[in-house]
Design a protein. Structure first.
Length: 171
């Protein structure tokens, strides 16, 4: 495993529509392992392949469902290739987001409270994931990366956070 370099705006790879993952070979598995290591090192709660300069529809998320209430909640690792929304709740919620590729800024973004996602796991097998609250937000943020969209495009307000506030959610 290796830590990959995170790319920052205005790198054009962050603005490209990423390609579907079609093979799950050694190269794909190495990329997944590297993305997990890079995410943990950052540290962040989510990472999309374009954020390490690879224009592939691949995301990794590591987040404890109850993390906002309990810091020691067990974290769960999600690896999804070619993720797509099957359902999005009508209910929208506003929350503060940051992005590993957009340093030193945070912003408030409206996201769907609950989403149902389908995609492929690291072996290319179909999976479905139901996410709500923060986890749903992280999925929406990461899936935007695959279409070249940054949270700053959607934000109601963007500002430079004071110390500590930056830890809100780097994804
Ligand atoms: Zn991001």
């Amino acid at each position: 495993m290796a830590i990959r370099e995170i790319v920052y705006t205005p790198d054009p790879v962050l603005r490209r529509k990423a390609h579907k993952v079609t093979v799950f070979d050694k190269e794909t598995k190495t990329l997944i392992e590297d993305m997990i290591e890079t995410l943990r090192e950052a540290p962040g709660v989510g990472l999309a392949a374009p954020q390490v300069g690879i224009s592939s529809r691949l995301i990794v998320i590591e987040y404890g469902e109850d993390e906002d209430e309990n810091e020691d909640a067990p974290k769960k690792l999600y690896i999804v290739a070619n993720p797509e929304f099957i359902k999005k709740s009508d209910e929208m919620v506003e929350g503060v987001e940051g992005c590993l590729s957009v340093p030193n800024l945070v912003g408030t973004v409206d996201r769907h409270e609950e989403v149902l996602i389908k995609g492929l796991n690291r072996n290319g097998q179909p999976i479905k994931i139901k996410a709500k609250g923060w986890l749903a937000r992280i999925f929406q943020h990461e899936m935007d990366h695959l279409d070249g969209i940054l949270y700053t495009d959607r934000a109601n307000r963007i500002w430079q956070p004071s110390e500590g506030e930056a830890e809100a959610a780097d994804v």
